[in-house]
Design a protein around this ligand. Sequence first.
Ligand code: NAD
Length: 355
Amino acid sequence: NSPPVKVLVTGGAGFIGSALVRHLIDTTHARVTVVDKLTYAANLDSLAPVSASPRYTFIREDICNAPAMRDIFLAERPDYVLHLAAETHVDRSISGSQQFIQTNINGTYNLLEAARALQAERSGDLRSRFRFLHVSTDEVYGSLGPDGLFSETTAYDPSSPYSASKAASDHLAKAWHRTYGLPVIVSNCSNNYGPYHFPEKLIPLIILNALEGQRLPVYGDGSNIRDWLHVEDHARALWRIATTGRPGETYNVGGLNERTNLQVVHTICDLLDELRPANRPRRELIEFVSDRPGHDQRYAIDAAKLQTELGWKAEETFDTGIRKTVEWYIDHPEWWGPLRKSVYSGDRLGLLAAS
Ligand code: NAD
């Protein structure tokens, strides 16, 4: 009997990280250690479904703390590192970019160096099949015109401080593979949605405002297009890539679910009208607000490499996934209620784009 696989997940208390940890505890025998600083975006309640598992450990730490990262890597000796910790909200990166540079660039650098220290210690350990998956976004590719899809070879052309910081970290990750032979893989994914999504992002914000009869602010004319992927499909993709992807490679992750922001808002309004009928149609709550600076027009992902090489396929379409998501928010006010009250007023403008 070989010892259980050890997985270290950074940012595991965030939206995608917590979906990944729930997936790993539910569907594998892996031991999972989460490293998370617990910023405003984190929520330990999202890990409540797994917190009693003996295979789950939580460490509160900042990835910007280089000695701490090295100590954790050397003590935990993970077989897989899945690096998701990041500052992620584009609008926050526009109003204050410093923390994005710190966490997304310097933090990633610290983890790559910690991984190198671990590799140096364990060379000769034949059991080990170390992999470092750097989790990134399609926003590094910039904006598409009306046609075409982002592929793994699309040139980087980031527009926002967020996407520029992620682009920089992707370059570091790839360079650490080329220069030091670290078995790094990079994944670039389209916009995620699903349960446990912090209510400053477009989909949960619109669901909760619409549920409470508040206005539904939409940037510009709502024509910006995003390619939506259910977070649980992303979690499955990440584990597939970490365990079967080739070091040094990039894999794009997406579900071919392009929607304009306005279509997304209409779909949510119509679902809520069906599931929780109100006096007047929710679409009447929509209000167009001035656009975000540097707002990318369209993102869309070609995930053919991931599908053909690694056999992954999205299980949810946008229609099935958004219905489940709206139902989840209706059923879980205990999760989002405190967040709405303490961090966030649903009436606040300026935090309304799709990412
Ligand atoms: P999130 O904002 O919900 O969670 C980020 C997590 O990282 C939080 O738990 C936070 O506490 C933690 N964190 C932040 N700074 C940290 C630090 N200095 N040290 C330790 N932990 C820290 O983000 P998310 O939406 O779950 O995204 C996770 C990753 O996936 C990010 O790298 C993001 O760029 C990438 N991504 C996100 C999307 C999306 O649609 N949400 C799409 C593609 C890629």
